[in-house]
Design a protein around this ligand. Structure first.
Ligand code: SF4
Length: 318
């Protein structure tokens, strides 16, 4: 039976789903990342790094079994929302929708619990609920020929592993590799990015777009997928291999498995520059995805499907 109220998705349902979504994000490492842990365990030859990888996997399994967050630092909860062009309205509109998302973060912070990480940058005031000014962040995008709403919750570690550099076009792929290795070395030699990580790279765009895309590449690409542009896909593979030849294993120990994957997303840039951002999504790759259909049915899945052909569109008209 339809749960629609006056052709609108009930906002209470959105909140209920968002609570469940945040719980899943905090506790359950997605299946694609778990499968990648298995591959890294099979390929690591350093005994200490192998032990650490096995413990990371065991910890992830224990979190699911015991219903607890998989890291004591439960990161910074945030949302990515994709709205189908034909999706029904939400009861109370988008302001009610955002309130529901904020209430869900506050509720899960209390009940799961999540660590209340969000504080005012100067006063250090803490609302004890991970909600505050611009927290949790919500990023929106849209999808043609779709009547559903996707909500993705990401709880990302928020201290280390990200950097930005304005390269010149003449720096080329060599410059990209150099900056990538600089960032990998800087954070991984001290274990600061808690590897193995999915490394996202933003290439091009304005500075803010470059940073946003790199972070989305780290948090929202499905690990086994390939960028549809063969040139970019080849660079992703090359950088994964290069990063794992830099001498780092899990948590910065000597080894060859610090990089679970490299994902690159591009945006058109100023002709005089080639901005580049690098982001580590630590081994606590906490993301959860749900699709809500017009009749209120909803389905959880692991693949964010964030980078659709429409999202990467390269033409004037769609
Ligand atoms: S970087 Fe990730 S694994 Fe390390 S403490 Fe932070 S959330 Fe936990």
């Amino acid at each position: 039976m339809s749960t629609l109220v006056q052709d609108a998705i009930p906002v209470g349902l959105i909140e209920e789903i968002a609570v469940e979504l945040n719980k899943k994000a905090a506790m359950a490492i997605p299946s694609d990342v778990m499968a990648r842990f298995d591959q890294l365990i099979a390929q690591e030859t350093e005994p200490l790094s192998l032990l650490v990888l096995e413990q990371i996997k065991a910890n992830a399994e224990l979190a699911i079994q015991s219903g607890r967050p998989m890291c004591g630092d439960t990161g910074l909860p945030r949302y990515y929302v994709k709205i189908g062009n034909e999706a029904p309205r939400i009861q109370g509109g988008m302001v009610a929708f955002e309130n529901a998302l904020r209430r869900a973060v506050a509720a899960v912070t209390k009940t799961l619990p999540l660590r209340p990480n969000r504080v005012h940058p100067l006063t250090r005031a803490d609302h004890d609920n991970n909600v505050g000014m611009h927290a949790p962040e919500v990023t929106y995008t849209f999808e043609p020929d779709a009547d559903w709403i996707d909500i993705i919750a990401v709880h990302k570690g928020g201290l280390f592993g990200s950097d930005y550099r304005m390269l010149f076009p003449s720096d080329g792929v060599k410059g990209i590799k150099r900056f990538f290795l600089d960032v990998v070395a800087e954070f991984n030699r001290r274990g600061l990015a808690c590897p193995p990580s999915v490394v996202g790279i933003g290439l091009g765009g304005t500075k803010d777009t470059c940073f946003r895309l790199g972070k989305e590449a780290a948090c929202l690409r499905y690990v086994p997928d390939r960028n549809p542009d063969p040139l970019v896909a080849e660079l992703e593979e090359e950088l994964t291999e290069l990063g794992n030849r830099a001498g780092f294993g899990p948590m910065g120990f000597p080894g060859a498995t610090a990089i679970a994957a490299v994902k690159i997303e591009c945006a058109y840039a100023h002709t005089g520059g080639m901005p580049m951002s690098v982001h580590h999504f630590c081994h606590a790759t906490r993301r959860a995805v749900v699709r809500i259909f017009p009749d209120g049915r909803h389905a959880y899945r692991d693949d964010p499907q964030w980078f659709t052909p429409y999202y990467r569109r390269n033409v004037v008209e769609w």
